[in-house]
Design a binder for this molecule. Structure first.
Ligand SMILES: Nc1ccn([C@@H]2O[C@H](COP(=O)(O)OP(=O)(O)OP(=O)(O)O)[C@@H](O)[C@H]2O)c(=O)n1
Ligand SMILES: C[C@](O)(CO)[C@H](O)COP(=O)(O)O
Length: 383
């Protein structure tokens, strides 16, 4: 059986008036990256999703590019409904679509899985949270209590059979508004169901919601640590690079790249925190493009992978193992260099050195070794 072709549509064409701020809220920084980048990463990483399309407003191209780089987009309309319609029209040929608010940044793979599973039996599904408070009518004076038993708060993404939601949008009377797409699909006569909502998916609407979202995000992070180890052989006529710093010495280290043993150990430790294999997997020694490469590039790549998972690098500890040269005079420069590569404060990097008391290959001066420990915090769904 062929897999259904699945698209994700992120609506990001609003002005974010209620949230205020210098830029529309979906481009404001949240938990280390523009708000839109969080849900875009979650949807792009999901194995069942083939296409991710963003709907932006006229004039938001630069903000989109700064947030996500070159990604497919279309221009939205004056209302959320019009923005969704424009996106759907551009996605013809898909079987299923998830429609998501950029204003709900923290989307888990579990919610996406539940929505796609619900589409096996329904034309539409959305995450919803039960109402926890007493509900009352108030119109200047207290009115009746509203029974809350069957009331839910509606979230996104909303998942649909593609033809059903496109037909619902095309049939919707111009001028009539609908706050979400599920009500339109239901009005088209299709069964729509709910899956368990997620407090992490709360919508950012008002200025205070940013601080609440930051706190939810911080509380959801889990600590991961991993180690890295590397060895390179000394060779005459090579430069010695340690932690991205050129260290004067009678010999350098040989290797396919610049043989920066410290950065290689740190790169492996950082990759290890997200189970992303090792440096050789990402930059194979058999590939000529890495010959003589500056190892900062490898570490930047590893750090980018952690950030793409919503992770934060908390601390790096590296020990350089050699008889000579003395690392002490270069320690500060190496620490600052590693911190700059990782975009961290130097206080989050520790550089240590030891000899092996003239024992072993490092003791005989045949080569150098480095070992590193990386500590990161990553979102619970990836932990
Ligand atoms: N014309 C519009 C209006 C809204 N949206 C998107 O729809 C989602 C939900 O809308 P809301 O949170 O109300 O955002 P804004 O319309 O931007 O907020 P405000 O009403 O405060 O201006 C957001 O991701 C928003 O960018 C959209 O794509 N096109
Ligand atoms: C679609 C939605 O997120 C469901 O709760 C919500 O209705 C969109 O926000 P708006 O303020 O109604 O535009």
């Amino acid at each position: 059986m062929t897999q259904p072709k699945t698209a994700a549509l992120i609506v990001a064409a609003g002005t974010g008036t209620r949230a205020g701020g210098a830029v529309p809220k979906q481009y404001a920084m949240l938990a280390g990256k523009p708000m839109l980048a969080h849900s875009h990463a979650a949807l792009s990483a999901h194995p069942a999703i083939d296409t991710v399309l963003v709907v932006i407003a006229e004039g938001q191209h630069d903000a989109l590019h700064a947030a996500l780089g070159p990604v497919p987009f279309v221009i939205g309309g004056a209302t959320r409904r019009e923005s969704v319609r424009n996106g759907l029209e551009a996605l013809a040929g898909h079987d299923r679509v998830l429609i998501h608010d950029a204003a709900r940044p923290f989307l888990s793979a579990a919610v996406i899985d539940a929505l796609l599973a619900a589409l096996d039996t329904h034309a539409g599904a959305f995450p919803a949270l039960p109402v926890a408070d007493t509900l009352v009518r108030f119109d200047g004076a207290m009115g009746d209590i509203v029974p809350r038993e069957a009331l839910y708060r509606v979230q996104t993404p909303q998942a649909f059979a593609f033809d059903a939601v496109l037909a619902a949008h095309r049939a919707w009377p111009e001028g009539a508004e609908a706050t979400d797409d599920a009500q339109m699909v239901r009005a088209g006569g299709h069964p729509v169901t709910i899956v368990p909502g997620d407090p992490m998916l709360e919508k950012i609407t008002h200025p205070a919601d940013f601080a609440a979202a930051e706190a939810r995000h911080a509380a959801s992070l889990r600590v991961r640590t991993a180690t890295g180890y590397d060895v390179h052989r000394f060779a005459e006529g090579e430069e010695l690079w340690l932690g991205g710093v050129r260290v004067p010495h009678s010999k350098g280290l040989s290797g396919h790249s610049d043989a920066d043993v410290a950065l290689h150990a740190i790169t492996d430790a950082v990759l290890g925190t997200i189970g992303a294999g090792d440096i050789g997997m990402h930059f194979p020694p058999s590939d000529p493009q890495w010959r003589g490469a500056a190892s900062a590039r490898f570490l930047e790549h590893a750090a980018g992978l952690v950030r793409a998972e919503g992770g934060i690098i908390d601390f790096i500890d590296v020990t350089i193992i050699c008889e000579a040269p003395k690392i002490g005079p270069h320690r500060t420069a190496i620490r600052e260099s590693i911190a700059a590569i990782l975009q961290l404060s130097p206080a989050k990097v520790s550089v240590k050195a030891t000899t092996t008391e003239r024992l072993g290959f490092t003791g005989r001066g045949e080569g150098m070794a480095a070992q590193a420990v990386a500590t990161v915090r990553i979102p619970e769904q990836n932990a």
